[in-house]
Ligand binder design. Sequence first.
Ligand code: TRP
Ligand code: SF4
Length: 403
Amino acid sequence: MSSASNERVLSGMRPTGKLHLGHYHGVLKNWVKLQHEYECFFFVADWHALTTHYEDPGVIADSVWDMVVDWLAAGVNPSAAKLFLQSRVPEHAELHLLLSMMTPLGWLERVPTYKDQQDKLKDKDLATYGFLGYPLLQSADILIYRAGRVPVGEDQVAHVELTREIARRFNHLYGREPGFEEKAEEAVRKIGKKAAKLFYKLRKAYTEQGDSEALAVARSLIEDQQNISIGDKERLLGYLEGGGRIILPEPEALLTPTSKMPGLDGQKMSKSYNNTIALRDDPDEVAQRLSRMPTDPARVRRNDPGDPDKCPVWQLHQVYTDDSTRAEVAEGCRTARIGCLDCKAHVIEGVRAELEPIQARAREYQNDINAVRTIIDEGCEEARDVARETMEEVRQVMGLAYR
Ligand code: TRP
Ligand code: SF4
């Protein structure tokens, strides 16, 4: 089942270094927007970082609090979103373990990032059990909150896809409790005569004619029921589709538009290209690095005309300046009316203006790191409440209720 009706968002970020403007334009601005539209859970994926940094875990410890400060500085709001650390919600590990029991090895070996990352990170030995299980740990992260939407970049879509398959397999194996049909029919009686009649009609349209419109209507009918338990809702959702109870709903990837943020050399901004501007870099130094950026190689002297399309600075204009500035700069470049430093001044101004409030907020949080710890403590508690509830049910259906 897809769960378009589930308005909970979950996403995580690995703490492996300082955040830069690429993260800001790619991920953080998106989180800031989502936090007002959905119930959001954002977490520091420290266990995920260990799968690749197990030999030098120091970077993880160094990055965790800086990363949370950067989130807050970028506008992620702890009263709108729940912020927590993965390793402080150990239920993730328990679900990961339990899911591993029913996960075919081939499913993990086929995840494209498994081979890709091993090839890319040649200096690291990633032929480990932990690294093979990386996407399954991610599935546990998502499923434990029964999140409906997972904002991720292109490279992570396969992991959400795997999560859907895991959820489907789990529900298939463990959603068929004894007496499921009777219990489901009992649940139908609880929603009242009129709604029950409609439910059966829609169910028939879906299971007999594959009417997906009817499926959608029936789902929202179930969601709208105020007087039945979550367990009964899940039974009805499962019964609707002719299967068992839906214990772990399938999430959907919410594809983050790829960041257009170029680095200081015109390639995509990325730590591995050494072309980043970190959110907390000193503004004067940032200005200097921007003034030293390469430009159109044809503009050797001030009087040589240039072509913005051959210049990495021009790409930064797309992010930082308005249409009229861009029109003026392009004309000035092509006619050699302006110099490259004049042109760069606009970009420098734009980057400065963007970094200034971020850095001011970062300083505040940095000076009161206890407040940041409290935010995380509270987020962990809230996350754990949800995670514990899911685990109760998971243990029960997997036959661990005797504990
Ligand atoms: N694997 C993700 C990345 O490298 C981070 C991550 C871990 C994540 N668990 C998650 C993202 C759950 C979304 C949902 O970016
Ligand atoms: Fe690049 Fe601007 Fe110089 Fe033209 S004027 S080459 S766009 S920096």
